[in-house]
Design a protein around this ligand. Sequence first.
Ligand code: 5RP
Length: 247
Amino acid sequence: MGHPRTTPDVDAMPGSWYVSAGGDGRIGGVTAADVDQLKREAAQAAASLVEDGMRVGLGTGSTVRHLLPALAGRRLRGLRCVATSDATAEQARALGIPVEPFGELDALDLAIDGADQVAPDGWLIKGGGGAHLREKIVAAAADRFVVIVDERKLVPALAPPVPLELVGFGLAATLGRVAPATLRPDTPPSPDGGVIADYHGALDDPGATAAWLSAAPGVADHGLFPPAMVSEVIVAAAGGVRRLPVG
Ligand code: 5RP
C-alpha cells in the first residue's frame, strides 16, 4: 500500500535480518516464514480468549488473517462479530464466522487487532492498512481490546509516520494544518470515504500529538491509540508467547 512502515517489511526482504525487542539490541535472524509463524501464534493465543456468545470486534491486517481461521476452528456458539474492513468481513464469512454491520450492536465484549508499533508504555501506532478509523471505533466500543503482534512490533519509542484519515472536503487545507503530512500513494479511500494520509512530524510526546491531531478540523482520526484503550498485548517471539497487560 506504499505505507512507509518503520518495522522491517517482510515482503520486501526475503532473506533474513535482525530485529530488536524493546530497543535492547539484536536478538537474532528471522525469515518471512518465521514472522508469519509468530503472527499465527499470537493470533491463536488471542482466539483462545473468545468464548461462546461473545460480541467480538475483528481487526484488519496480516496478523488478523491468522486470527480468523483459529477462531473458526474453535466452533464457538452464539458469536456476534463486527469487522473493521471489507477484507476481514469477507474472510470471516468465508470461514463461517458471523459478521454483522456495526450499527445494531452498541457494545463489544472483546476486540482483537494487530498493530504497527507498540511502545513500552502501551501507546500504539496502527493504520498500516489504512483501517485505523474503524479499528479505533471498534476498540473503543470493546470492554477488552487485545493487540496481537510479533516481536518486531515492539519499539523503544513510537516513530513517525502516523496514519491519518482525512475528510476529502478541504483536503489541501487540512494537509497544511497537520504538516508535515502526505497523501498515502496508491491507496483507495476508506469505506467511509476518508482519504488516507500520513503525518511525518515529531512524535516525542504521543499524547500531545494525538490530542493535536484529534483537534484538527478535517482529521477524521489518526493511528495513535492510547494505553487506556489497550487491555493487553500478546507478543509472539522465538522464545514463546507473552501476554503483556496494559491499561
Ligand atoms: C491496519 C492495521 C494493522 O492492524 C496493522 O497495520 C498491523 O498489520 P499486520 O498485522 O499486517 O502487521 O492497523 O490498519
